[in-house]
Design a protein around this ligand. Structure first.
Ligand code: MTE
Ligand code: LUZ
Ligand code: MOS
Length: 759
């Protein structure tokens, strides 16, 4: 492997390996700090008749019980609608919904005391099934519909049609660090919050709302998360609000840290989708019309289901030009956790539908699925998405061509056919799947960011921006941008904790836009400082501004050379402002959210992967043997970090579609609420051959250093593992039958699909 000069180590790597990186729970509690625990509903849908907490209050170490009555403002912490109570009032809507909080001397005492509550309820009918919810028109939001072209007439007049149904499950975020907040009351009604969140500004506003304070009284600080994956975009709010209400009421610092099981019972997950489709295609396998209905399991409230559904609709096309499209998305209300953002944000679920359908069409037309996919790609130029955005940066043809060669796809296809012919129990499968993923928040005004850059008089630099660090390397990339702009070593630039009192009105670190937005804002700030330095030097030394260069910790102009530190010292003496703010907003975005039309994305990121699996047809188990990934991160700011993102996202996507299964029992209780029953991929699930390469590319758009966002898109590369498994299954019937395989492809569902193929 060639190591690029920009392949810098993660800014905290040395702290992570030494166990010295501080997370919220590592903040040393000040004297008098109390700990909270939540009572979670035992019922999926019920009226609360009475809550008896006498025994709770009498338990050792207990200071208070916090209920909905303690909330001064509105009892809600939803990101968009006001349908997420902080604490249940008279109604519970899922097993795991917080009803009250106990505040005690220690977390253990608080958790013990919770158990002695007596909550009397009156059960109500609960709905767990999206089909049932849909039939009852029980939705958390109005249905959405995107129509482009006339699918009805194409379906009526075409050579071949196909219809069917399939589904994909949800996914638990399984961040290593669970949800946590620590709140300290300050003078004059102010509060300081440390909270594991992707969205400090929203935490600030929701806490201000529930306490009826000004946002200016609430300071939220976030140094790093032990993973977020979307699960801390909105759903850190409940944790923050409960801790803040308790801290404010008792005027003591309060920490609320969820136990893993409680975290899994309480918080929402990736939305599971049920699909019904009808398609028209020609003899060559070209998709001509797609009618698709997606039933989305939103859980009990809206949370981010609206923008998730929108992104799902805007990714049904994936990398394919489809003439006529009719897509419906219904956000079904069920009595489960409220599902939320999860890496890809509905995009994976949207694109999965069309990949599944093309996989079917390949067998219907007796072709290699790769040929059908290639036939359907957006044209090199002149493509247009069903929602009206031109596809101007299409590189999928070159990218897939390169991968097809480097992975030796055709030869391996032949080898696998031969292997399968001679192997009755173990069957191999192969699949190449592409990805096209739209970058920008699909809510236009979220696409803005701010930063502050301070150059101290010793020439060291501090950068603060609105993005949060969750392991993805955002602070490293932003520091690299500043170091490049000022021409100084990366070790001279430090990124600090995200802090709502430094940069205001930030967006969530989400939609993969962290470095696009905050990198540009930080560059803007650094550039302003540099411009002031150039003005200062050119007037003081009478050199032409154009000749002044900042590189390798030196500043050079015709006939002059200084160290960066000397320049800073001189500028300070001359009273030049050595710090600056910076701002960025993504240009060229427009979106009509009612018509579902416009150009919601600044550009697209592309990728493709070849996966090879072996399936044991007796046990239904599979092993990923090889994966060759080629991903477009544009002109990568940090190839080491980007490759790590591609690897991690691919494995996380594979987990979603294979081993990670969420099960609820008949009473609506999540039975897979711990690592004992919920299986995320382990290191041993990584393939023996694991090739991850970045595609040589420059963003055609003027993004930060011409890079492309990389956080979410490669999650969709996990598709290839699922379709390789499906390919292996289909081999038992000579690839003539479409295996009825739903995701996740657990051993059980693989066996069922095998049975169906054997007839
Ligand atoms: N990588 C790590 N290590 N941990 C995370 O929680 N979250 C993902 C992705 N990569 C995540 C991650 C998600 S859901 C998003 S939206 C992006 O990182 C957010 O960061 P970025 O915009 O800076 O890429
Ligand atoms: N849109 C989007 C969003 O595309 N990604 C997100 O993470 C998001 N979050 C909130 C609202 N819209
Ligand atoms: Mo990522 S799902 O946009 O936090």
């Amino acid at each position: 492997m060639t190591v690029s000069k920009n392949a810098k180590a993660h800014e905290s790597a040395h702290l992570h390996v030494a166990g010295e990186a501080t997370f919220v729970d590592d903040i040393a509690p000040a004297q008098g700090t109390l700990h909270a625990a939540l009572y979670l509903s035992e019922h999926a849908h019920a009226r609360i008749v009475s809550i008896d907490v006498a025994d709770v209050l009498a338990s050792p170490g207990v200071h208070a019980v916090i209920t909905a009555d303690d909330i001064k403002g509105e009892n809600h912490c939803g990101p968009i609608l006001h349908d997420d109570p902080i604490l249940a009032d008279d109604l519970v809507q899922y097993v795991g919904q917080p009803v009250f909080a106990v505040i005690a001397d220690s977390q253990l005492l608080a958790r013990k005391a919770v158990k002695s509550a007596r909550v009397e309820i009156e059960p109500l009918d609960a709905v767990f099934d999206v089909q049932q919810a849909d039939e009852q028109h029980s939705w958390v939001l109005p249905p959405m519909h995107l129509q482009q072209g006339d699918t009805g007439s194409v379906l009526a007049s075409t050579e071949q049609t196909l219809s069917g149904a399939f589904s994909v499950g949800g996914q638990e975020h399984f961040y290593l660090e669970g949800q946590i907040a620590h709140v300290a009351p300050k003078e004059d009604g102010c509060l300081h919050l440390w909270c594991s969140t992707q969205h400090p500004t929203e935490m600030q506003h929701l806490v201000a709302q529930c306490l009826q304070r000004d946002a200016s009284q609430i300071l939220v600080e976030m140094r790093r998360m032990g993973g977020g994956f979307g699960g801390k975009e909105s759903q850190s709010a409940l944790i923050c609000c409960v801790a803040a209400i308790a801290a404010d009421k008792l005027q003591r610092p309060v920490r609320l840290r969820l136990d893993r099981d409680d975290d899994m019972q309480l918080t929402g997950k990736r939305h599971g989708f049920d699909y019904q489709y009808q398609v028209a295609f020609n003899a060559a396998g070209k998709l001509q019309a797609l009618q698709l209905k997606m039933l989305i399991n939103s859980g009990y409230s809206a949370d981010l289901s609206g923008p998730v559904a929108t992104r799902a609709i805007c990714h049904v096309d994936n990398a394919y030009q489809i003439e006529a499209v009719d897509v419906r998305a219904h956000c079904c209300k069920t009595n489960t956790q409220s599902n939320t953002a999860f890496r890809g944000f509905g995009g994976p679920q949207g694109a999965f539908a069309t990949e599944y359908i093309l996989d079917n069409i390949a067998r219907e037309t007796a072709q290699d699925a790769l040929d059908v996919r290639k036939l359907n790609f957006y044209p090199q130029q002149g493509g247009q998405t069903p929602y009206g955005q031109p596809v101007e940066d299409n590189v999928i043809h070159q990218l897939v061509e390169q991968l097809e060669q480097s992975s030796d796809y055709r030869a391996r296809r032949e080898q696998i056919d031969q292997f399968n012919a001679g192997s009755s129990i173990i069957k191999k499968g192969l699949a190449l799947t592409p990805v096209k993923f739209g970058i920008s928040f699909n809510v236009v005004h979220y696409n803005q960011a701010g930063a502050l850059v301070h150059v101290y008089t010793d020439g060291s630099v501090l950068v603060n921006h609105g993005g949060t660090e969750m392991g993805q390397g955002l602070h490293t990339k932003v520091a690299q941008v500043v170091s490049q702009e000022l021409g100084i070593d990366l070790k001279r630039v430090r990124a600090t904790a995200t802090d709502t009192s430094k940069v205001a009105n930030t967006s969530a670190t989400a939609a993969s836009t962290g470095s696009d937005l905050n990198g540009k804002a930080a560059q803007d700030a650094a550039r302003q400082i540099k411009t002031r330095l150039i003005d200062f030097l050119s007037s003081k030394f009478a050199v032409s501004p154009a000749s002044i260069r900042f590189e390798q910790n030196r500043v050079r102009a015709d006939g002059f050379e200084w160290s960066f530190e000397e320049v800073i010292h001189l500028a300070y003496q001359a009273r030049v402002q050595l710090w600056s703010d910076g701002f960025y907003k993504t240009p060229d975005l427009h979106w009509d959210k009612d018509k579902l039309r416009g150009s919601p994305f600044y550009y697209f990121a592309y990728g493709a992967v070849v996966s090879e699996v072996a399936v044991d047809t007796l046990t239904g188990e599979f092993k990923l043997l090889a994966a060759d990934l080629l991903h477009d991160a544009g002109n990568s700011i940090n190839p080491a970090i980007d490759k790590g993102q591609v690897e991690g996202a691919f494995i996380q996507g594979m987990g979603w579609l294979t081993s990670e299964q969420l099960c609820w029992d008949d009473s609506g209780r999540l039975s897979t609420h711990a690592p004992s029953t919920y299986k995320i991929p382990a290191v041993s699930d990584c393939p023996a051959r694991f090739k991850v390469e970045l595609f040589e590319n420059q963003n055609v758009k003027d993004t930060i250093l011409r890079s492309k966002a990389v956080g979410e898109p490669p999650l969709l590369l996990g598709f290839s593992v699922f379709f390789a498994i499906r390919d292996a299954i289909a081999s038992v019937a000579g690839h003539t039958i479409n295996p009825p395989l739903n995701a996740p492809a657990t051993p059980e569902s693989i066996l069922k699909a095998l049975e169906a193929c054997r007839g």
